[in-house]
Write a protein that binds this ligand. Structure first.
Ligand code: UD1
Ligand code: CA
Length: 476
């Protein structure tokens, strides 16, 4: 039995009140439409057709990225899910024989196994059409499944067209349908836009089929959250929390310690090895990879990062950074793209890094900015150092060798090269290259002007303290 899948992705998403198309809002790091397409991909259909209109230029590359070979169909100005399917079928080869599965683009949690079960039930019952239904405590916003006295499925009524009695029905239409292609083609021709929204509703096909005496089945889904539809941002965050809970549990069962699932957010594409520990308030985003034994958090955000075995990252924010095994980061470190920290290295408290490689065993422990730099192995950058990489027009790169010790409060004016085994004095502004083994200093000798406070700040607390100190020590 052949299968064609139609993914409905042409709607405006008005209820999101967003300049971004609804189906591009991310859920666990994947745009909404990507979830449905990934499920469609698993179903091995002969054809997958995605119908687009609103936000087409932004959606099309995303859709084609997830599912190369997808057939994109442009919906015209006639609105409604029925019109979308009508135009999708016009793009399906005339000689296609089999089932048409319609998936709403804004129902992201539905998995391929549930759909396989639904299709199997549809084929077994040999009905003209089947819909997936669910029972909701609060069915607001969904189309309701209307049954007759004997419980036989009659039709679907949309919320805004429903009577007061119909609004009390808690069984809803999930927006997932299976049709025999012949019946579907026949009835699409009979759809009208005679409803509150003036749209061609796909859901009206069901009533039309029943009126003609065809059998239609409503197949209840095992758990209603599987078919949660996203129309507004409240539903988006509810669904995000549900999906996140599943992701977190999955990693816990795989051997990851997660202290607080409620405050730990993990994107779908993240991978985590066993014996990693994740503390509260941690977000792992994008394609982040965390190796065995690492400890992350609390209060840490990692975006597209690679964290090595047994590394430790505390209260920090990092994007596109690589932290090698046994290295430590934080607390309060800011690792910007291109940061590479070598094995057993350290980026410490209140340190910002960008486009910088720090070699194995090297440390930037306190209060520093390291941008556009390459630092060798086992070097130590003194507290409060700044790599001055920007001349106001261009960015320049600096090099620091291995086994270097720079004094506190150094400024390295790029481009500059500091060779292996160099020392720099505290407060040095390094503007010229430093050869191996040298001590670089350029500070002016210190002058103590004795008695200055007593003379020029007479009457102050400082002057009094100085006088008292002079008394006790017997000097002056
Ligand atoms: C739809 C169903 C409703 C069901 C609910 C389940 C209809 C008429 N109603 O309502 O019975 O309970 O889904 O979530 O189908 N779309 C198009 N072209 C359009 C309009 C919409 O492709 O002209 C797409 C949207 O992008 C979306 C999907 O179809 O992915 C559903 O559209 P939406 O407007 O969200 O329908 P609901 O009001 O949620
Ligand atoms: Ca919807």
């Amino acid at each position: 039995m052949k299968l064609a899948i139609v993914v409905l992705a042409a709607g405006q998403g008005t209820r999101m009140k967003s300049a971004t198309p609804k189906l591009l809002h991310p859920l666990a790091g994947v745009p909404l439409v990507g979830h449905v397409l990934a499920t469609a991909r698993e179903l091995d259909a002969a054809h997958v057709i995605a119908v687009v209109r609103h936000g087409r230029d932004q959606l099309a590359p995303v859709i084609e990225g997830v599912l190369p070979g997808v057939l994109l169909v442009d919906q015209d100005e006639i609105p409604g899910t029925g019109r979308a399917v009508e135009q999708a079928l016009a793009a399906l080869p005339d000689d296609f024989v089999g089932d048409v599965l319609v998936l709403n683009g804004d129902v992201p949690l539905l998995d391929a196994d549930t759909i396989r079960g639904f299709l199997a039930a549809h084929r077994e019952q040999q009905t003209a059409a089947s819909i997936l239904s669910a029972v909701y405590d609060d069915p607001t916003g969904y189309g309701r499944v209307v049954r007759n006295e004997t419980g036989a499925f009659q039709r679907i009524v949309e919320c805004r067209d429903a009577s007061a009695d119909e609004l009390r029905i808690s069984e809803i239409n999930a927006g997932i349908y299976a049709f025999g292609v012949g019946e579907l083609r026949d009835q699409l021709a009979n759809l009208t836009a005679n409803n509150d929204q003036g749209e061609k509703y796909l859901t009206d096909i069901i009533g039309l089929l029943r009126a003609r005496g065809s059998e239609v089945a409503a197949v209840p889904v095992a758990e209603s959250w599987l078919v949660a539809g996203i129309n507004d941002r409240a539903q988006l965050s509810d669904t995000a929390a549900r999906l996140n809970a599943l992701i977190v549990r999955g990693w816990q069962l795989n051997g990851v310690t997660i202290d607080d699932p409620a405050t730990t957010w993990i994107d779908l594409a993240v991978t985590i090895e066993p014996d990693v520990t994740i503390h509260p308030g941690t977000q792992l985003k994008g394609a982040t990879v965390i190796a065995r034994g690492a400890e992350i958090g609390p209060d840490t955000t990692l975006v597209d990062c690679e964290i090595g075995a047994n590394a430790r990252v505390r209260r920090s924010d990092a994007t596109l950074a690589i932290v090698a095994a046994e290295a430590t980061v934080g607390p309060f470190s800011f690792l910007r793209p291109g940061t590479v920290l070598g094995a057993d290295g350290k980026i410490g408290a209140f340190v910002e890094t960008k486009n910088t490689t720090i070699g194995a065993g090297s440390k930037v422990p306190h209060l520093s900015y390291v941008g556009d730099a390459t630092i060798g192995e086992h070097s130590n950058i003194g507290a409060g150092s700044v790599f001055a990489n920007y001349d106001g027009v261009n960015k320049h790169h600096s090099f620091v060798g291995s086994h270097v010790r720079t004094g506190s409060h150094g400024v390295f004016v790029a481009p500059v090269r500091i060779a292996d085994g160099v020392y720099t004095g505290a407060g040095t502004v390094v503007r010229q290259d430093v050869p191996a083994g040298a001590l670089a200093v350029n500070i002016a000798p210190q002058r103590n002007i004795e008695g200055w406070v007593g003379k020029f700040r007479a009457g102050t607390d400082a002057a009094a303290a100085a006088a008292a100190a002079a008394e006790t020590s017997g000097t002056n």
